[in-house]
Design a protein around this ligand. Structure first.
Ligand code: FPP
Length: 239
């Protein structure tokens, strides 16, 4: 297998199972999210240590707005806290932070702090932590199509200029390479409107561990297992 096929620079994760973790312990779901947020810190550190250049985490989907008011409010509070303090640690370690998703749906104070953090960490190059927040991939694709239509209508581009590269440049993930690995915790096996365009050739890993129980050891096991997979990108097996 060539080193090109073995490339590992980007891991994307669907952090699922916080609610079930809490329920199993007779705790409110919000405590599951709190524990899940602790695990976010551990996994960021582990990914940095493993030399991963991009880590994309699904923190809140556009569909998650349909959860109870209490649960949404507590997730927003958790995020506020992380934006003000915990993410600063990442900045000190040289991590760049980016957010992808529908910002107009988020509370204004949160968006303000997201922008601040993105600006503050823009020159960091140890790793990029990309947080999908109020994110939905179909919406992202529609948004990209609209932007291209507008550019064509204005005469800024020709319809023939639209290719995979230009389309990718219209997505929130512009300049971020496609994920090499997708991990979903909690035993569910679906991608739930996550990075639909970007996951075209990604290797998928599903683990039964609930997100609050996920740890560095399990991440390293997945990385090891990925290394022995053969990525073909639609080609036939290399002789
Ligand atoms: C899925 O579990 C998880 C979420 C909807 C939220 C993920 C959020 C965090 C891990 C914490 C906040 C993140 C940051 C970046 C500070 P679920 O609630 O769907 O669990 P269930 O399927 O067991 O009910």
């Amino acid at each position: 297998m060539s080193s090109e096929e073995n490339r590992l620079e980007h891991i994307a994760i669907i952090m699922d199972g916080n609610g079930r973790w809490a329920k199993k312990r007779g705790l409110p779901r919000t405590l599951g999210h709190r524990k899940g947020a602790e695990v976010v810190k551990e996994i960021c550190k582990a990914a940095e240590k493993a030399g991963i250049k991009y880590l994309t985490l699904y923190a809140f989907s556009t569909e998650n707005w349909k959860r109870s008011e209490d649960e949404v409010a507590s997730l927003m509070d958790l995020l506020r806290q992380y934006l003000k303090s915990d993410f600063q640690e990442l900045h000190e370690r040289g991590v760049r932070i980016r957010f992808i998703g529908e910002r107009q749906m988020l509370p204004a104070d949160i968006v303000e702090n997201m922008v601040k953090l993105e600006d503050q960490t823009a020159a960091n190059d140890k790793m990029t932590l990309c947080i999908a927040l109020s994110y939905g991939s179909r919406q992202e694709i529609v948004h990209a199509a609209r932007r291209l239509a507008l550019l064509a209508k204005r005469g800024d581009i020709n319809v023939d200029d639209i290719d995979k590269k230009l389309f990718s440049d219209m997505l929130y993930t512009k300049d971020i390479p496609d994920p090499d690995i997708l991990i979903r915790t909690s035993g569910e096996q679906r991608i739930s409107n996550y990075l639909l365009w970007q996951l075209a050739y990604t290797e998928f890993f599903f683990t039964d561990a609930l997100w609050p129980d996920f740890n560095e050891k399990q991440l390293l096991e997945i990385i090891d297992s990925y290394k022995s997979r053969e990525r073909r990108y639609g080609k036939i097996k290399a002789e």
